[in-house]
Design a protein around this ligand. Structure first.
Ligand SMILES: Nc1nc2c(ncn2[C@@H]2O[C@H](COP(=O)(O)OP(=O)(O)OP(=O)(O)O)[C@@H](O)[C@H]2O)c(=O)[nH]1
Length: 911
């Protein structure tokens, strides 16, 4: 009773504004141990009936009376009243009594003053209305108590779904609900304590909350309300979109979207306690409490709670809206900037950045992520990622044209086959025979492609060594060839590159015509070729298959006409059409920087007609046709479908296989070129991750992503090529096949790199090197070139790589390049190379290799015996200085050869 007295005193004092006795309330926390026990869940659990009729009910009665009394004193009325009455309590909804258990009065720990003053900061704040408990603020409990208001531990809890927490009676509910206090049957996503009526999903907050629509949050008493409201404190019945803490009356009269704690007589959105908008007469009473409320800690909490609820609600709402806007599929390049993918996903960059951070990636808006990361990210938003090429990403809109304008165009033919089987000779024979037929006039020049005219019609040939043109174009996703002529030497039969060519053609779904070449040779065995090719799915027509075989001799011009005829018959069957009336569209066959004319490109027109003056985009470059030539050097004004034209007027050298499109004007051309260059820059780092190297090989094998290790071997002599090839092929295991896709002699050249790039292969140079241009191409394409001089090293290293047991890597660091400008023969000493250091430096201690200026091959490797500058022995000589070099045991060098100086460093492998 002493305690009750204290409370009463407190209430009275609180109402009169005297704050000196507030400490009395705090005393409540130190309630007698037995009383505490009674109200504790465990005690209630043991004796539920007793618990409900325990002395606490007396306390409750007294307390209720006190509160009513106080409420009356303040003119707030009691019990459920009509909303028209000028009292916040009056405006509470009438609730039908829920089938609730009897309640136990909670321990009191809040300051009554704050209750009376409208402080509903505690999420557990509850005010009655249901169960005939009358109006007035009644019942409050500490957060820690969880559910002191309704403690029915023995009441069987109705079945509920996952994610529900909180004590006290809780009706059937959906998932994700938490909070204490009585809570009626509710939808998912609700949290909060205190009595909460039947509600829709997405509600949170504590305290009494009437039956409400979805999306509401906030603590304190909140009447029946429309959707989208948040905020704490007492809030009357209101329209949608209103939030705010503190007491807020019925807001029917206020505009939608009000927030902030309410306040007496304040305008909407005012951040303080106020009167219910639209309810006359309440302003005075509530306004009197304003000061108290503001100074109370509870007020601050209220604001914080309100802010929190509002923020989290807004966040949820924004997230839901954002998710709805994410497309089902996006297309990206292999690499994409964070900002760019956010744009494509219709999300804010911040959202994407935080998602990536959750995935363990610290990124900024400008960072680039790879396609795999992008896919995982997009997948989280239910969006699929399609990886496209640079040119797909910057598609140039197709011109609409009439079907009746389409006419049959000449076929485009690529010649492919194994090395030395006669591809070049065949092309030469076809071309020279035509030139000989009297078409000469201009200066014949090699432009990489040409058209020939036969009695039956025209044929365009791509005049570049088969694999290089075909593969580089395929590597860039271009498909220009209609028919492949597979040249197989009748005396040699099917060889690795023959098979490679078949596979390339099959992959590109291009029909093959076989030209069995060199039938003039005595060793020719065309039947054997037929037999061998049958094993690769090329059944000759005469054997009941579908493949046309032509026996020819490119050298002696035998069977060439027949071959051309067969090509045209095949073309008729394919019936490729094009519209010469539309803007030109084609593919770059080859391009280079011409000293006199700048960048020039051979363009194979695939559709439309190209004219001098047309603005165009070629790959990542823009231009305007300044001049055009045919393969004979004749200046031409226009070029129609299947015509290969040499074009000048480009602002850069495009890649072979890049698309060529005529656009409206220079401005459009420059704009497309600019975006492509941007995308290209972003994509530069992409290859590193996907290319196979000796370092990452075992990891890729382990991931199961590598079933076949492709290798290109280049060696100084044919014997070495075969030996290395044989030794490497033996390394094939059940899991990984080692496939030498190309083995040749001579220096490593661009076409090796292009093939390696298209096939994801590594290049092995055995006693041979790549020239600087090829090295930079390899760097650009991220193709690994490994040099060896001992076959044992090649085998061991590749084997170790496949098994993931690499020794520390010996890294060769080229420190300088020296050109031999003179050779001095000195008897008994040997030949002294009179040199100029072209780059870096040469040191006495360095390893050196001599590279032949003629073949590009390494002719010797070893150490320097003597390094002299003028007459002095020196330790090193720097760029731009002359020096004399005596090699340790090698004299067979010539003027023009290069000496490469290098160091060898050992570094640990990073697998
Ligand atoms: N006897 C004979 N020799 C031929 C014939 N066709 C080509 N050759 C010879 O075979 C050799 C190789 O011919 P190329 O045309 O260079 O062969 P390729 O397939 O283009 O070779 P790569 O460009 O190295 O791939 C040359 O010496 C030609 O003269 C032919 O029909 N008969």
């Amino acid at each position: 009773m002493e305690e009750q007295k204290s409370i009463k005193e407190t209430l009275q004092q609180g109402a009169s504004g005297d704050k000196t006795k507030k400490k009395l309330v705090i005393k409540k926390k130190a309630a007698p141990a037995d009383e505490k026990k009674e109200s504790s869940p465990s005690a209630q659990s043991a004796e539920p009936v007793k618990a409900t009729s325990a002395p606490s009910s007396d306390k409750k009665k007294d307390l209720n009376e006190l509160i009513r009394e106080e409420a009356k004193r303040q003119g707030l009325g009691s019990g459920p009243q009509a909303p028209s009455q000028a009292s916040p309590i009056v405006s509470r909804p009438e609730r039908k009594p829920e089938p609730q258990p009897e309640r136990e009065r909670p321990p009191m720990d809040r300051k009554p003053e704050s209750i009376l003053s409208g402080d509903t900061s505690s999420p557990n704040y509850r005010s009655g209305g249901g169960q005939g408990q009358g109006g007035g603020n009644q019942g409050y409990f500490r957060k820690e108590d969880r559910n002191p208001i309704v403690s029915r531990p023995t009441s069987p809890r109705p079945q509920r779904q996952d994610g529900q927490g909180g004590g006290g009676y809780q009706g059937n509910r959906g998932p994700g609900q938490g909070g204490g206090g009585y809570q009626g049957n509710r939808g998912p996503g609700q949290g909060g304590g205190g009595y909460q009526g039947n509600r829709g999903p997405g509600q949170g907050g504590g305290g009494y909350q009437g039956n409400r629509g979805p999306g509401q949050g906030g603590g304190g008493y909140q009447g029946n309300r429309g959707p989208g409201q948040g905020g704490g404190g007492y809030q009357g019945n209101r329209g949608p979109g209103q939030g705010g803490g503190g007491y807020q009356g019925n807001r029917g009269a206020r505009p939608i979207g009000q927030g902030g704690p309410g306040g007496a007589g304040r305008p909407p959105g005012d951040a303080s306690f106020g009167a219910p908008g639209g309810l006359p007469g309440a302003g005075g009473a509530s306004g009197a409490k304003k000061k108290v409320f503001d100074k109370e800690k509870g007020g601050r909490e209220e604001n914080e709670n309100t802010k929190f609820f509002k923020q989290s609600f807004r966040k949820q709402k924004a997230q839901a809206a954002a998710l709805a806007a994410v497309p089902k599929e996006i297309s990206i390049l292999e690499n994409i900037q964070v900002g760019e993918i956010a744009k494509k996903l219709n999300l804010k960059p911040g959202e994407v950045i935080s998602k990536l951070m959750k995935m363990g990636m610290m990124v900024t808006i400008n960072n680039v992520i790879d396609a795999e990361t992008a896919s995982i990210l997009a997948d989280d938003y239910g969006c699929k990622v399609k990886i496209v090429s640079l040119y797909d990403e910057t598609v140039i809109e197709e011109e609409k044209d009439a079907p009746e304008d389409y006419i049959t165009r000449p076929p485009v033919v690529t010649i492919m086959g194994h090395v030395d089987h006669g591809k070049t000779k065949l092309l030469d024979t076809i071309r020279s025979s035509r030139v000989a037929e009297g078409e000469s006039g201009g200066i014949t020049q090699h432009i990489g492609a040409y058209q020939v005219e036969t009695e039956r019609g025209k044929i365009a040939f791509l005049d570049t060594p088969g694999h290089e043109a075909f593969t580089s174009m395929r590597a860039r996703g271009a498909s220009v060839t209609d028919i492949v002529v597979l040249v197989v030497a009748a005396d040699d039969g099917v060889m690795p590159q023959t098979i490679e060519a078949i596979n390339h053609a099959k992959e590109a779904e291009v029909p093959i015509i076989v030209a069995v070449n060199k039938i003039d040779l005595p060793a020719a065995n065309p039947e054997k070729v037929r037999q061998e090719l049958s094993n690769y799915g090329l059944q000759p027509e005469e054997w009941g298959g579908t493949t046309i075989f032509c026996e020819i001799s490119a050298k002696n011009n035998i069977g060439i006409d027949k071959l051309l005829e067969m090509l045209l018959i095949q073309a008729e069957l394919l019936d490729h059409k094009a519209n010469p009336k539309r803007k030109a569209k084609g593919t770059i066959v080859e391009a280079k920087l011409d000293p006199g004319r700048g960048a020039v490109a051979t363009v194979l027109i695939q559709n439309g007609t190209l004219r001098v003056g047309d603005a165009f985009v070629a790959g990542v470059h823009a231009g305007r046709v300044r001049a055009m030539y045919d393969d004979l050097g004749h200046s031409i004004r226009e070029a129609g479908p299947s015509f290969p034209a040499l074009v000048t007027g480009l602002d850069g050298v495009p890649d072979a296989g890049a698309p060529f499109d005529v656009v409206i004007d220079d401005k459009e051309a420059r704009s497309i070129s600019h975006s492509r260059q941007e995308y290209e820059r972003l994509g530069q780092s992409k290859n590193a991750a996907t290319r196979v190297t000796l370092d990452n090989m075992s990891e890729i094998i382990k991931q199961g992503a590598l079933k076949e290790l492709k290798v290109i071997i280049k060696a100084d002599v044919r014997g070495s090529t075969e030996a290395v090839k044989e030794a490497l092929e033996k390394l094939s295991t059940a899991d990984v096949r080692l496939n030498v896709i190309h083995a040749g002699t001579g220096a490593i050249v661009d076409s090796d790199i292009i093939l390696a790039s298209a096939s994801n292969a590594i290049v092995i140079g055995f006693h041979t090197r790549a020239n600087p241009k090829t090295v930079s191409l390899a760097e650009k394409e991220k193709v690994e070139i490994k040099y060896y001089s001992i076959i044992y090293d090649v085998v061991n290293e590749v084997k170790a790589s496949m098994e993931g047991m690499l020794e520390p890597e010996k890294v060769e660091n080229v420190i300088g390049k020296v050109e031999i400008r003179d050779v001095f023969k000195i008897s008994k000493v040997g030949n002294i190379a009179g040199c100029m250091v072209k780059s870096g430096k040469v040191t006495k201690q360095a390893h050196v290799r001599v590279i032949s200026s003629e073949s590009g091959e390494i002719t010797w490797e070893g150490k320097i015996k003597n390094l002299k500058r003028m007459k002095d022995d020196v330790a090193d000589v720097l760029t731009g200085f002359e020096c004399g070099i005596l090699l340790d045991g090698f004299n067979d060098f010539s003027v023009g050869d290069e000496i490469e100086a290098y160091e060898i460093r050992e570094i640990a492998r990073k697998l």
